[in-house]
Design a protein around this ligand. Structure first.
Ligand SMILES: Cc1ncc(C[n+]2csc(CCOP(=O)(O)OP(=O)(O)O)c2C)c(N)n1
Ligand SMILES: [Mg+2]
Length: 910
């Protein structure tokens, strides 16, 4: 059948004038991680339209807009097709026999529009804001439907689908009690994935980073992604996932991963499937971060050269696979979508596939969402949605083709809603007829998608029963063969390859690193960190308080404050050829207005980053990523970014430490445990402003107690903690300590996340300021800071952590007490037993021990540290601090002051 291309007939349609976004965000010279996007990439030929055309165009556009509502999308036909009044030609005064100048009758027009927009594949794209996008989409949607698949493509797909089915059957037979979350009912997803993998290299996409939940994951791994099935069998049998010499324990079956090169006739594409926790959708931002990290490593897209035509999204594609229930319900989905076009987060569009089996556990679609389709959220980006019937295998492939073409052209997210079903219950041991008897009576009567497609090809004479039989038999014998190896095949550890070559796992001891830097280099970096071009209109206030003040500190070598120490650490790290990325809300200026890493020209709004102009041949850069107001998605993104390459320092700064808990899922399931579960290292630094200064319940505490409880530091310190703890927690009290912490994060040949309990008032506090010589070669981060008193006179040791130390020392000095020493724990995890013992031994006359803190007793480091102090030093510490509180801090100023007084009294009354 020859199809009329309605876009060709009615090209003049234009709702809004073309709006070219204005990228006023950056100057081009100094920003790293942003190339202005090139728009107007599609410039169609436009015919003027006649009044007669316009009348028909109403009808055509109604199909484009509403056709999906009555499309044949659901293999189960669970819902009734709604009547859509706008699809009735009479609505526009058109009669079936009306014929236009080209001889096309309305009847024929409707027939073809029905075939195009109401068949097993349909689209939503009329909500796109740019008319060129809408035009492109309708034209290409119509075109892709008319493309016949080659025999080779059909065979590739039927083979994969039959193997997937055979894999599920095999597991069901061999492991009847296994929860495998099989692919049955959704096998046409293979058509989608294999198409993407095949065509990606033709557009120079050399990397695909993908995330997927449980459904069909193992089928994909084994049948398409070269995962050794014997390792899966080992896992099912309960055998260890990793060899004995690896520090890690492994994860559940449905979280296994693969990373491999897919070979297509167009070239190779490297596919990385990310490990993920059970928390559905939490991996989405991680995948985006990893994809952007890959672009950074390869200096592609936003990290490429504008002059050479670099465009965001070049080379690397993120493929996100979702379940319909989780996609509709989890907030992180939207948070992640927000990042999709934001500077410093965008990756040139993700392709999303929602495996819409129309049920989540036992909750059917109408319980799980308010919208017509589970993909409706995509419309707010706005992004196009392709709906496709999962039983219409070739249309699923076409959906992949169209999605890829759109993403490549417009560098935006695109969504595919794969309407399918789930043959069994949520897992294969659940009986779905308890709750969905009607749905499952329909499912039970259906032929499986692989069988249906095989039959379709057989009927078309393009495949045979014998070939089908051979595929299944060969596949089953291969599985049997692999299954036999289960007891002899050793476990494997896939890590520390690619960009991580040369890195290792952290040792079981606490190591010390010379993180000092040549003072000349620091002076150079310090001066450069506040240098702007001559014609740059700097804010007059910053000239004095930021630029002149820093130059003076560098010149005198005194009063190196927090932001100067940070700039010196950053500059020296860049000079050592590590990139840096600092991300968080308002991090360019910083919440407390101390950083000013990105300066804004007062005449033009242009942004200038002095640290990216250290020298003309600079190769490594800092990316300053001011965030949208999200914690979970952003932290997930930063985690993903940090795992891509160890040769970069990645920081996430909370606006106030209190707000980290919006990202608790990322912290629990990735940051704290990724290495144990998946051997995946990350050197991500989280700086969490903390301090009891009267700011009230939500601006005072980063709840360090929760992080401490989340570490795997041993309470009995048998064996003592080493660098191999799951993550580090530090509470530095001097700017030099902060400097050394940051530098240590890049010089070690392993990566561990680091939580910095970060200051607010110490940022500018004279007692927290260091000397330049504290950063000189030979200096290092000190796990414990001793006091500057005569140790022989000391009978009372006060242990503490954080800024509270200065309050106590000040009071001690005011009281002229010589019998009291204040010992600061700067590292909390790993707990520094050896350093504590060394300090402790210096105080032979000490016989009274106290832990003093500003936090409530059920918070802060008290319960963590007191037990470890007992284990390390054999002492029991008394407590001085706020009493237990239901919230973190009082909001009433007078109460706050009274509490402060009481803590001091208790501390010195002991
Ligand atoms: C955040 C979160 N909440 C609850 C669960 C428990 N759970 C596992 S699978 C599932 C249903 C998921 O439904 P859907 O997203 O539609 O995927 P499907 O299983 O249908 O493929 C639920 C509720 C989970 N894993 N994660
Ligand atoms: Mg579902």
């Amino acid at each position: 059948m020859v199809r009329v291309m309605y876009t060709d007939l009615y090209e003049g349609f234009q709702l809004w004038p073309n709006r070219v976004p204005v990228a006023a965000y950056h100057s081009d010279a100094s920003t790293f991680g942003f190339v202005p996007q090139r728009f107007a990439t599609y410039d169609p030929f436009v015919n003027p339209i006649t009044p007669e055309d316009a009348q028909r165009l109403h009808l055509i556009n109604a199909y484009r807009r509403y056709g999906y509502l009555k499309a044949n999308l659901d293999p189960l036909q669970l819902t009734e097709t709604p009547a859509v009044r706008e699809l009735d030609p009479g609505f526009y005064g058109l009669k079936p026999t009306d014929t236009d100048a080209r001889g096309v009758s309305i009847e024929r027009l409707v027939g073809q529009l029905e075939a195009l927009y109401c068949g097993p594949i349909s689209v939503e794209f009329m909500h796109l804001n740019d008319w060129q996008e809408r035009h492109w989409f309708s034209q290409n949607f119509e075109r892709v439907q008319s493309e016949e698949l080659s025999l080779e493509e059909k065979r590739r797909v039927v083979d994969l689908m039959l193997r997937s089915q055979s894999f599920d059957n095999f597991l069901a037979l061999k492991f009847p009690t296994l929860k495998r979350y099989g692919c049955e009912g959704a096998e046409s997803m293979f058509a989608f994935f294999s198409e993407l993998f095949e065509i990606a290299p033709s557009s120079d996409v050399k990397d695909i980073v993908m995330c997927i939940a449980h459904r069909g994951r193992n089928n994909l791994l084994v049948e398409l992604m070269e995962f050794p099935v014997v390792q899966m069998f080992r896992k099912i049998r309960g055998k260890p996932e990793f060899p004995d010499d690896v520090l890690g324990s492994g994860d559940v079956l449905s979280h296994l991963t693969s990373s491999f090169d897919y070979k297509s006739p167009e070239g190779n594409v490297h596919i990385t499937m990310l490990p993920n926790p059970s928390h559905l959708e939490a991996v989405n931002p991680v995948a985006m971060g990893k994809a952007r990290g890959r672009a950074a490593t390869k200096r592609l897209g936003d990290y490429g050269s504008e002059a050479e035509g670099s465009e965001v999204g070049d080379g690397v594609l993120c493929l996100q696979v979702h379940g319909d229930g989780a996609f509709s319900g989890q907030g992180v989905v939207w948070e992640t979508m927000v990042l999709s076009q934001c500077p410093h987060f965008r990756i040139g569009g993700s392709i999303h596939l929602v495996t819409n089996n129309q049920i989540a556990f036992t909750a059917e679609a109408h319980i799980g969402r308010p919208s017509t389709h589970c993909t409706d959220i995509a419309k707010s980006l706005p992004s196009p949605v392709i709906h496709v019937n999962g039983d219409s295998v070739e249309d699923v492939l076409r959906a992949g083709r169209l999605a890829f073409a759109y993403r490549q052209r417009f560098r935006k997210d695109v969504f595919v809603n794969l309407l399918c079903y789930r043959r069994w219950g949520h897992n294969e041991l659940d009986d779905p007829t308890f709750t969905q008897p009607l749905m499952y009576s329909i499912i039970e009567d259906r032929k499986s998608p692989p069988d249906l497609y095989a039959q379709q090809l057989i009927d078309q004479g393009q495949f045979s029963e014998d070939e089908k039989k051979t595929i299944v038999e060969t596949h089953t014998s291969k599985l049997i063969e692999e299954f036999r190896k289960v007891d002899t095949e050793p476990p494997r550890a896939v890590h520390l390859g690619g960009n991580w070559k040369g890195y290792k796992q952290a040792p079981k001891e606490i190591s010390k690193w010379d993180t000092g830097v040549d003072l000349e280099l620091l002076r150079y970096v310090g001066a450069k960190s506040v240098e702007v071009p001559e014609d740059f209109a700097l804010h007059h206030h910053l000239q004095k308080t930021h630029v002149d003040a820093r130059l003076n500190r560098i010149k005198t070598g005194e009063n190196i404050d927090w932001s100067t120490a940070e700039a010196l650490a950053f500059g020296s790290i860049l000079a050592q050829d590590f990139d840096i990325r600092i991300s968080g809300q308002d991090v360019g200026r910083a919440t407390f207005c101390h950083r000013h890493a990105a300066l804004t020209d007062q005449m033009t709004d242009a942004v200038y980053i002095p640290l990216n102009n250290l020298s003309p041949d600079q190769k490594s850069f800092i990316e300053v990523a001011n965030n949208p107001l999200s914690e979970e998605a952003v932290l997930g993104f930063e985690f993903g970014f940090s795992t891509e390459n160890p040769r970069r320092l990645c920081l996430w700064e909370a606006q106030f430490g209190d707000f980290f808990n919006g990202a608790q899922i990322i912290i629990d399931t990735f940051i704290a445990s990724a290495e144990s579960k998946w051997l995946q290292q990350s050197g991500l630094v989280m700086t969490l402003p903390h301090g009891f200064d009267g700011a009230g319940p939500e601006h005072s505490s980063c709840r360090m107690e929760r992080f401490l409880q989340l570490t795997d530091s041993r309470e009995d310190q048998i064996p003592v903690d080493g660098d191999h703890v799951n993550f580090q927690v530090a509470n530095p009290t001097t700017s030099a300590q902060y400097f050394h912490l940051l530098r240590r994060q890049v010089v070690t040949p392993w990566r561990k996340p680091l939580v910095i309990v970060a200051p607010k008032i110490l940022l500018r506090h004279p007692m927290a300021a260091s000397k330049l010589t504290d950063l000189a070669p030979g200096t290092t981060f000190q796990n414990v800071l001793d006091d500057n008193v005569d140790p022989n006179k000391v009978t009372k040791l006060i242990f503490t952590s954080g800024k509270h130390a200065y309050t106590i020392m000040k009071e001690r000095d005011a009281r002229k007490l010589v019998d009291t020493a204040v010992i600061r724990l700067e590292s909390l995890c790993p707990f520094p037993v050896a350093d504590l013992q060394a300090v402790f031994q210096k105080y032979p006359a000490a016989n009274k021990y106290l832990w003093s803190q500003e936090e409530p007793r059920n918070a802060g480091a008290y319960s963590f540290a007191s037990r470890r102090l007992e284990a390390a030093l054999g002492i029991t510490v008394a407590y001085a601090g706020r009493p237990e509180l239901a919230w973190t801090a009082t909001a009433i100023g007078q109460f706050h002051e009274a509490e402060n007084k009481k803590i001091i009294e208790d501390t010195f009354a002991f």
